[in-house]
Each structure stands twice: as structure tokens, then as C-alpha cells.
Design a protein around this ligand. Structure first.
Ligand SMILES: Cc1cc2nc3c(=O)[nH]c(=O)nc-3n(C[C@H](O)[C@H](O)[C@H](O)COP(=O)(O)OP(=O)(O)OC[C@H]3O[C@@H](n4cnc5c(N)ncnc54)[C@H](O)[C@@H]3O)c2cc1C
Length: 498
């Protein structure tokens, strides 16, 4: 794994000074004295609330008195607790050669931006992570199983390309659209790829959020997470010592699992602590666990009136309580007219507006690692995910079934499952690296209607990958049935009426 610091924000005056030196060749000594750090921006912005001087003067002072700026950051962020000051510093990090397993954990950071290598668009080579914690025998079995999964991936890919070609007989190599067709083969073959598969991603993150990510990394019991923690810290600490300081998980964060242990049911303890034969546990759990897909668990039944009330508050002098009472008295017909008028104004790129955030929906979703990789990117939703639950089974793409590849696929998955269960007690956590993109986890997704509409635009669209599209369609269909007045707002960009 390699982490490169690709960039960070610096005061524009530094850049202007360098430009001037390049053009005129003067003031070399001044250039050498420049401090290349985002800390001066944070320190000067921190002073805005109590110092009436113009901000550019505060920045100038911070630039010339770097030690004072650092002491000030330290006092304001860590002693007074104004952590938001650290958000004025942003870093760009290349994270290369990280496992998909760990990239999943990284991308759970909500206040950050990511772009990751796509297994839909790139053919994956045999490049993967081997946990250094494994003893020799475990490592040998792991390597054998992983290589087998990669072989199966290549075999399935070879079977799927002609299948998708036959589905689109007019498209020939070199034609526009042929690449998309071949990508469908990658998209489905990758379901058998293990989570230890190497990936790469670009991350843009502010110092506060990065500190929070570093803390969370210390909760993951793997040498890979420890290595990532070290490399990120090494990459940024020299440039922002006053902004990132507490990088270990708190006692609360690390003690949470123990605190809730009593809540865990017997099935859980069978897999975690039991002395049972792993194969027997798997067989037993498979009978217990049935695939449920998407379920709407809960929603706010008064949400239409709450949305209407929010519009009344926004455009009048009426308070929320009174507005809500008025909304309740408003005829359904009138409400429908209002939503129709709003919908008529809407373009596919518009967000429906904050008023629609007055509504909450909670879904229980069982989905593959492949679909979770996409769902978790929706940062405005509350997403709580479990570990993978191989006992639920796995998602097999229809195309694999259609080309007669299901048996090859499931045989490879069984090998991965066997490794997972056999190493459960010795290597908890690390055994998840062998699980594949097809393995299922449980997710709770809570979001408001505004975010649900946004999810539908991207994920119910024809360009979306089929599993996440099915999930999004199901979420929208279920909500649409409960709230027909709002149903038409939810659709992919392609189905949008204009
Ligand atoms: C067809 C398709 C292909 C994709 N391919 C790839 C790929 O190859 N690699 C990859 O890494 N990702 C890929 N993605 C994921 C994509 O880049 C987004 O991360 C994902 O769709 C979430 O979208 P979002 O950021 O708009 O949504 P959300 O995170 O749900 O945010 C909702 C809205 O809130 C606002 N918002 C949220 N966070 C911020 C922020 N930090 N700054 C400003 N506004 C914000 C925006 O208005 C945003 O639209 C793909 C997505 C699709 C649909």
C-alpha cells in the first residue's frame, strides 16, 4: 500500500510569491521563508470571530508568525473544542494498493469525497492483499483460495463476453457502445472477486474528518488498517501538526462492542464464541437466515403535512405549530396540486429542496458487498452496516446463471465460505478478506425524502448497476405505495419526464 499526499490548501499569497519569483527571479530569500501549510488559513479564520481586522490581514499575520498560528490552532481546536476550525484545512490523498475490504471502511467517512477504481469498468488483475497476521498454513490456504476466486473470475468473464455480445448482435468491437457491453461482463464476473482485491482511490478530506477516520482505523484489527493509519499520519502530520492530534479511538469508541455484548443473540455467539464445528454452524445458520432484500421498516406517517408545513413556514410569518395545523386541514386535492406544480418545475438535476427533509424513512436492506460499495457512497443518509453474513447466502447475477456458470460460481463461493468459517475463531475480522463481492450484509438505511429522490435519480437510472438499481426501485416503489402523492418525484434520470 502507498499513501501519497497529493495536495492541500495553502494561502494564495504563497502561490503568488512563487509565480512572481518564476517570472522575475527576485526575492529568492522571501520564497525560502514561506510556510507551506494549511494551518495559517485555519488559524486566521479562527480569529475572525473576535478580531475585527479584515481577514486578509489576519491571514498575513498567521503567515508570518507560524509558531503563534500553531499555538492558536492548538488552543482553539483542542483546548476550547472548536473542532470546526480544522475543517478549513483540506488534504488530497492518493491511496494506492488498498484492499476493497479496507476501502469500504474508509469510504464510510461521510464528510469526505472519494473516487475509487471501478471493478465495473476495469478488468481486474490478480492483485490482492495477504494479511501478515496469518501463520504459514493459513496463508497457504488463503492464497490458494484467493487464486481460485481470481481464476473463476477470469473464466466467468470469458463466458460472459459472448453472452452479452449475443444479447446485442448489432454491436461489434470498435463500435460506440461495444465497450459498455464488455463492461457488463466485468460488472457481473466481479461478484466472485474477494474483498482482499487491491483497489485505489483518491480522497479529499478536511483535517477534522481525517482525524476522525484515523481514530476509526485503530478500531479495525488488521495490520493493513494499522499500515494505512501510519502512512496517512506520516503523510500529513508534517504539514498540519496543530490540526490533527488525537488519532487513537476513544475509550467509548473501543468499548462499545463490550458494552452491548449482552444484546447479541445466540446465533451470534454461536459464530463468534462457540466450540461448534464451523461447517455445522454454517449449515444451521443457513436454515435460520432467509434473504429478505429491501423492507420499509418505518416511516413518518405525517410527513406530507410536515413538508407542507415547512413550505408555509418558509414563505410566511406563520410558526411551525400553526403551519402544521393548517397543513393538516388542507385538502388532499390541494396538496396534490401543490406537489404537481412543484414537480412541473423540476429538472432532473434539481434537488427537491430542504422542506422535503421533514420526512424520514427507515429501510432494512440485505445486499451484496458489490451493491453496498455503491450504497454507502450516499453520504446524506444514515447507514449502519453489519459484518458480512455468509449464512444468508450470496447474490448470483442472472447472467452467470444464463451462461451456465452458477455451479462454478457457487463452488468458488463455498471455498471462500469454508476458509471464512474455519478461521473464524483464530482470525476474527481477518477472515472477512476472503469473502467476495457477492456476500451479503445487513444494512439499516435511514434517509429523508430529499435524499431518497437523489438516490433514485442516480440508482434507478438505466446507467446504474442492476443490483443497486433493483434496491433503489424497490425502495421507491414501497414508499410510492405508502405516499402516492410523492411517488412521481422518485425516478432515475432517464425516466425523468423532461
Ligand atoms: C452510474 C454511476 C457510476 C459511478 N461510478 C463510480 C466510480 O467509478 N468510482 C467512484 O468512486 N464512484 C462512482 N460512482 C459514485 C458517485 O461518484 C457518487 O459517489 C455516488 O453516486 C453518490 O452521489 P452523491 O455524492 O451525489 O450523493 P450523496 O452523498 O448521497 O449526496 C447527496 C447530495 O448532497 C450533496 N453533497 C453531499 N456531500 C457533499 C460534499 N462533500 N460536497 C458538496 N455536496 C455534497 C450533493 O448535492 C449530493 O448530490 C458512480 C455512481 C453512478 C450513479
Amino acid at each position: 500500500m502507498t499513501v501519497n499526499l497529493a495536495g492541500f490548501n495553502v494561502d494564495i499569497e504563497n502561490i503568488k510569491a512563487v509565480q512572481s519569483f518564476c517570472e522575475n527571479g527576485i526575492n529568492k530569500e522571501e520564497i525560502q521563508k514561506l510556510n507551506w501549510t494549511p494551518e495559517t488559513i485555519s488559524a486566521s479564520y479562527a480569529r475572525i470571530s473576535r478580531d475585527e481586522r479584515p481577514i486578509n490581514e489576519l491571514r498575513e499575520q498567521a503567515r508570518t508568525e507560524i509558531d503563534k498560528a500553531r499555538r492558536s490552532n492548538n488552543a482553539i481546536i483542542f483546548e476550547m473544542g472548536h473542532s470546526s476550525i480544522a475543517e478549513h484545512a483540506a488534504f488530497n490523498l492518493d491511496i494506492i494498493g488498498v484492499s476493497r475490504y479496507l476501502s469500504e471502511q474508509i469510504e464510510k467517512s461521510r464528510l469526505a469525497s472519494f473516487t475509487e477504481k471501478s471493478q465495473r469498468y476495469i478488468k481486474i488483475g490478480t492483485d490482492y492483499y495477504i494479511p501478515s497476521e496469518f501463520d504459514e498454513a493459513t496463508k497457504a490456504r488463503y492464497v490458494k483460495t484467493v487464486e481460485y476466486l481470481f481464476e473463476t473470475y477470469n473464466k466467468l468473464h470469458e463466458m460472459l463476453v459472448p453472452y452479452f455480445e449475443s444479447q446485442n448482435p448489432d454491436l461489434k468491437p470498435g463500435d460506440k457502445g461495444y465497450r459498455d457491453l464488455v463492461n457488463l461482463a466485468k460488472e457481473d464476473a466481479r461478484y466472485v472477486l474477494p474483498l482482499c482485491c487491491h483497489s485505489q482511490l483518491g480522497m479529499t478530506v478536511n483535517a477534522r474528518s481525517l482525524e476522525s477516520l484515523l481514530k476509526k482505523l485503530t478500531l479495525i484489527r488488521s495490520a493493513e488498517a494499522a499500515e494505512l493509519h501510519k502512512q496517512i499520519e506520516d503523510a500529513v502530520s508534517g504539514y498540519a501538526p496543530s490540526l490533527i492530534k488525537y488519532t487513537k479511538a476513544s475509550a467509548y469508541q473501543s468499548g462499545m462492542f463490550d458494552a452491548v455484548r449482552d444484546l447479541l443473540d445466540t446465533a451470534h455467539s454461536m459464530t463468534y464464541d462457540g466450540d461448534n464445528d464451523p461447517a455445522m454452524v454454517a449449515a444451521c445458520l443457513r436454515q435460520e437466515y432467509a434473504y429478505q432484500g429491501v423492507q420499509l421498516l418505518d416511516f413518518d406517517k405525517e410527513c406530507i403535512d410536515k413538508v407542507i408545513a415547512a413550505f408555509i413556514v418558509r414563505y410566511s410569518d406563520i410558526d411551525y405549530k400553526e403551519a402544521f395545523a393548517r397543513a393538516k386541514k388542507t385538502l388532499d386535492e390541494t396538496k396534490q396540486q401543490i406537489f404537481d406544480r412543484l414537480y412541473d418545475l423540476l429538472d432532473q438535476h434539481d434537488s427537491v429542496g430542504r422542506e422535503f427533509e421533514m420526512s424520514d424513512f427507515t429501510f432494512g436492506i440485505q445486499l451484496s458487498a458489490s451493491a453496498f460499495a455503491q450504497l454507502k457512497r450516499h453520504r446524506m443518509a444514515t447507514i449502519i452496516d453489519s459484518e458480512y453474513v455468509p449464512a444468508i447466502g450470496c447474490i448470483v447475477p442472472d447472467s452467470i446463471d444464463a451462461v451456465g456458470g452458477k455451479e462454478i460460481f457457487l463452488t468458488a463461493i463455498e471455498e471462500a465460505d469454508a476458509f471464512y468459517y474455519d478461521t473464524y475463531k483464530q482470525y476474527p475480522g481477518l477472515n472477512e478478506y476472503i469473502l467476495t463481492n457477492s456476500h451479503i450484509k445487513n444494512v439499516i438505511l435511514k434517509c429523508n425524502f430529499r435524499e431518497l429522490v437523489h438516490i433514485s435519480r442516480l440508482r434507478s437510472d438505466a446507467h446504474a448497476q442492476w443490483e443497486i438499481r433493483e434496491i433503489s426501485d424497490k425502495m421507491c416503489e414501497t414508499v410510492g405505495k405508502k405516499l402516492p402523492m410523492l411517488a412521481k418525484f422518485m425516478s432515475g434520470k432517464d425516466k425523468f419526464k423532461k
